[in-house]
Write a protein of this length. Structure first.
Length: 100
């Protein structure tokens, strides 16, 4: 479960990086454009990409929060199970001592 959440974070990071790269490329093309319809088209495309970057960043924050929650759950379960296992081992050792 935790590994799935970690993969989700990595995928979200990759998406943000790729979209930021696309935005940078589009900005460079915009700087080199001669104006007119080409410039308008690039500005519109850049706006869409920026919106996608914002959405992807939001998804990344959500994925990180879910991963952190999953990690906390795993830690809680490990702590709870450790206590149960420790108690079991102590009881078992006590029984062995009584039998000797």
């Amino acid at each position: 479960y935790l590994e799935k959440k970690e993969r989700k974070v990595e995928d979200a990071k990759e998406e943000v990086v790729n979209l930021k790269s696309d935005a940078s490329f589009c900005e460079n093309q915009l700087e080199e454009s001669r104006g007119g319809r080409e410039m308008e088209k690039l500005e519109q495309e850049l706006g869409y990409i920026i919106r996608d970057v914002e959405d992807a960043s939001r998804n990344l924050r959500l994925a990180r929060a879910e991963m952190e929650d999953a990690a906390n759950r795993v830690r809680d379960l490990e702590e709870r199970n450790w206590a149960l296992l420790s108690e079991y081992e102590a009881g078992r050792s006590f029984e062995e001592e009584l039998m000797d």
